[in-house]
Design a binder for this molecule. Structure first.
Ligand SMILES: C[S@@+](CC[C@H](N)C(=O)[O-])C[C@H]1O[C@@H](n2cnc3c(N)ncnc32)[C@H](O)[C@@H]1O
Length: 470
């Protein structure tokens, strides 16, 4: 029996109406169903071919554009459209901000169904490119080939690539020659490693066969000018590892932290691996308002340092501290927000699940001569209980910055039980934030909202909300 194929339909002259979640645009088919389409901009008029049909919507692609939207701009990156990284690079930045604002507004209204104040204007990022302080690239011996390359049938001797995974293809890497997300020497490092490895016949990882030497590359930069390079190897070949590490040490003499890891597991996460420092220290320093934060290979640090500063400044402003308050910083990570607000608080208590992050938080506080912050490890829903409050005191202000899933319902229930005067809720996912705000609505009124753009050229948006007790 043949495979059942999805029927493909072409809708002609469709007006693109909106930019939706996940960075895809939205239109309406003549039959009234919604169509999700990548790589087009609201205002375009295009012929759309459906790729998948679902009960309530289609997924499609533009096969011909008749009218280009006035909100379009020329993408700066040669890899745009193939690389899944910067889906909105073809949209003017002012429009990106407009759609990010709308996303937050719609989520708070439709999911939260709460009374809202007028939003404060979304804070755009001064840097619209080269704003990331951390990039991770993958090596592959079977690079992604364009449809033209495949059709030409030409045999290539070298299919080595270092770059990004093609969306939804775990074994295909797009070879990147210039990425516009991280400042130099990021591109230089990646391109030099590729050149050196090819010249010296060092093998690139083959994800299907699970063979090869070079597996992943992480580069971290900081506003202090410090630089970290970490290479993950699969083969434990001492001679070849030393060859490439010595090359990097010589070629980039200013590197603050040059590290590697040998990972023989099937997955390439380094979080459960021992990391070896080849040259320099095992961390770099970031600086914010005179505070220094050490970042090691496994640390979480906000990836747009300059916007992180703005985000924290808004958070501190919303908290309206006078110096007398006991503040809880939930999901504190390496304690950055806790330390950032500590000068204006009597005491700050930070809670976080990752023990290494809490170790960093304590070390950073010592480095910064901060004595009014205390940090505790544990899963929030277990740690943040009555005993904890009785031991550490009743907070006047709670700052919470949970992961994308939002807060566990027990954590929300505990917040309602404590009834702090103010809660500042920082979120990278306004849908789960809206769900939590609805739960808090019985006791708290949302009095300020300000979205912040940390990731230009993508659909991601951060949102800060102030809740005050009714
Ligand atoms: C969005 S980050 C916030 C980090 C920090 N506020 C910052 O700006 O750097 C969320 C943090 O929540 C932590 N986390 C995730 N699930 C948790 C849980 N169940 N209990 C406690 N912390 C958790 C993560 O490890 C991460 O550090």
């Amino acid at each position: 029996m043949g495979k059942k194929r999805t029927e493909r339909i072409v809708f002609e002259n469709v007006q693109i109406l909106d930019a939706g979640a996940k960075g895809v645009s939205v239109a309406k088919a003549p039959d009234g169903k919604v169509i999700f389409i990548p790589n087009v901009v609201p205002g375009d008029v295009a012929d759309i071919q459906t790729m998948k049909k679902r009960k309530a919507f289609y997924e499609g692609k533009a096969i011909k554009i008749h009218e280009f939207s006035e909100h379009r701009t020329e993408p700066v990156c040669e890899h745009f459209g193939v690389c899944g990284g910067c889906k909105w690079q073809n949209m003017k930045y002012s429009q990106q901000l407009h759609y990010k604002h709308n996303e937050v507004y719609n989520n708070l209204k439709r999911i939260g169904k709460i009374e809202m104040p007028e939003f404060e204007p979304i804070l755009g990022s001064e840097k619209q490119f080269f704003y990331r302080n951390k990039m991770e690239f993958g090596f592959s011996s079977t690079r992604w080939m364009t449809p033209e390359e495949v059709q030409s049938g030409a045999e290539l001797d070298n299919k080595n690539a270092v770059g990004f995974h093609i969306p939804r293809m775990w074994d295909k890497i797009l070879d990147i020659s210039k990425c516009h997300l991280q400042e130099d020497p990021s591109n230089d490092i990646r391109n030099e490693i590729r050149r050196f490895a090819n010249e010296n016949n060092l093998s690139f990882f083959n994800p299907r066969e699970v063979t090869g030497l070079l597996r992943t590359l992480m580069i971290r930069t900081a506003s202090t000018g410090e630089l970290m390079i970490l290479i993950q190897f699969y083969d434990n070949n001492k001679k070849e590892i030393e060859l490439i590490m010595n090359f990097l040490a010589e070629r980039f003499p200013n590197v603050t932290s040059l590290q590697y890891v040998i990972n023989r597991k099937l997955n390439d996460t380094i979080y459960d691996q021992d990391i070896i420092t080849f040259k320099g220290r095992n961390y770099i320093l970031e600086e914010m308002e005179g505070l220094h934060f050490s970042i090691n290979a496994k640390s979480f640090y906000q990836t747009n340092s300059e916007q992180a500063y703005q985000l924290y400044a808004i958070t501190r402003d919303f908290a309206g501290l006078t110096g007398e308050e006991l503040v809880y910083d939930l999901y504190t990570g390496t304690g950055t927000i806790a330390q950032f607000v500590s000068k204006k608080a009597k005491k700050v208590i930070g809670v976080e699940a990752v023990p290494e992050a809490i170790a960093d938080a304590k070390e950073n506080a010592t480095r910064n001569n901060i004595t009014n912050c205390e940090f505790f490890v544990g899963d929030m829903k277990n740690v943040f209980n009555d005993d904890f409050i009785n031991t550490h005191g009743h907070p006047d202000v709670v700052i919470t910055d949970p992961p994308r899933d939002g807060m566990h319902k027990d954590v929300v229930a505990q917040l309602l039980k404590i009834g702090a005067e103010k809660i500042v809720y920082v979120s990278c996912n306004s849908a789960t934030q809206a769900r939590d705000l609805a739960l808090l609505d019985e006791m708290y009124k949302v009095t300020r909202v300000r979205p912040v753009d940390m990731f230009p050229q993508t659909h991601h948006v951060e949102n800060v909300v102030l809740l005050e007790k009714r």
